[in-house]
Design a protein around this ligand. Sequence first.
Ligand code: ARG
Length: 601
Amino acid sequence: MFTQEQQIIEAKIKEFCAAHDIPLAELKWQPIPFSGEWGFATSFFQTAANEARAGKGGKPVPQRAQEMAEQVKAQIGSVDGISRINAVKGYLNLYFSTSTYASRVVDEVLASGFNFGRGTKKNERVMVEYAQPNTHHSFHIGHARNTILGEVLARLVEFAGYETIRASYPGDLGLGVITVMWIYDKLYKGQEPDGVHERGQWLAKLYVEATAMLEKQENETSEQSAQREAYDAERREMYRKWDVGDEYVRNLWRETREWSLEELREVLKMLNVKMDVWFYESEVDEPSKVIVDELIAKDIATDERPQGGAVIVKIDEKLGLTKEKYRTNVILRKDGTTLYLTKDLALARIKFEQYHVDRSIYVVDSRQALHLQQAFAILKLWGFPQSEKCYHLGYGVVNLPEGAMSARRGRVVLFKDVADEAVKRVLAVESEKSGDIPVNEREKIAYQIGMGALVYSMLSMDNNKDIIFDINEALSFDGRTGPYIQNAYVRANSILKKSGTFNVQPSTFDYELTKHEIELIELISRFPQTVEQAANEYRPLVMAAYAYDLANTFHSFYHAVNVMQTEDEKIRNARLQLVMAARQTIENALRLLDIQAPEVM
Ligand code: ARG
């Protein structure tokens, strides 16, 4: 926002340092916490420290830093738009005149619009992997937490300026998958229900039924136990056939898998998620066998097969760690099958080599933290520099008030059910008060609000914490919620609708601003740095918290300042511009949070 002034000042600092042979450190600017005046600051500590290290300076670092700040200040003189400059404790502080700052902020928002807050292009490609549930189950509320976190993170890094690739990696093989195929083939072939969601949900029911049939019962009769063992033998046989590529079993697998994927794609559409790349566990199985040999050849893995063992990686030992951290891991079993870890190694290599990913983010349940740390450590041993930029965004489990969710027991809350309920609840309230909105429009708005509540409830909590999912809480409209933020947008919108025409730019704020106006401008101005912070720290929560603060500040402004009844036309005009800037910023923040901005509510 102040690049021009910043550049003038930076040039003067560089000039000063060059003239005095001072080794200037990288100049970093940070905003000064607001206290009636806006400004930004840079420190000379690093430069003074560099100088000291080079054996020059001859003074304690803090003292020398302060001296530099004072000398630079004297050198700068006066700069347009900067109201005053001071040198305190090694910092150079620059302050703006309030009216200049206010119009700069507002004008910048209005000029950038949709792009307000977008970071400069970074020369790094980021891949965010999320929305990767196992197939042959249905999409539950825990998967929704994963998907929402991942999508918001992808939006944040993309908006911060990174080239971003969204990737999914469904688990489409293993015993769970075979279990569903087994019961389907045995009892239900050809009976699948119509409807994408219905069919996906039905597979989850089959899994519960199959699990019960295959599970050892208490006080089982010998007949029952023989029956169970026979079922299990059938299942094992099916698994074997799948492994050798038996055509019948593979077709069965492809067909049922597609039902799950169709449901997944439908859910992603509901959440406005557009995946760029689909990886599947089954597709990295073969490549993962190949890398085992490579890892042995590179002496990263140890082949204990000649001794009747497996292929293992002694991660700690290879990294030279004396304390146990990553442990020793199997990457190929005695029987020649690969593991989840082996597949992750193969997948990471594809991400690096075929997709040229510089940063690789995994949005995965926190319980898989060790697994991913092990994978990253092996990638490092393997020599991939990108392993340093692999990041696991973990998240806590979503539990139900009655306990953990369990796909085996069928004790899950399905995302689609919650979404439907959300719309129903909003419609019930809406039809009471907004009878004049046409029905289909009302349904669209109800969806936006209901989903806004659900999505925000997943973002407003620290991702590391477990959640006890309570539908009433998740769909609440009061307090720290999605609809509260959406409502700020709607209010801004309604002021602007009533306003008629007014000048859009440039704005003039040369009157005594109220506390509410100042606070609102302050929050709006913080949006770009919030994007940067949330993206660099991989923390959707930072943006979620900001959006709430912004909405809250707007609501206070709305109650305290009557924009339309402002007598002075110039002031009214400035306030309308401020409302417009606030609306834009709320809209941009909502968009990053994957929450829609309804026109009315
Ligand atoms: N499909 C796995 C699960 O549902 C998550 C995959 C995580 N991603 C990875 N690269 N391991 O637990």
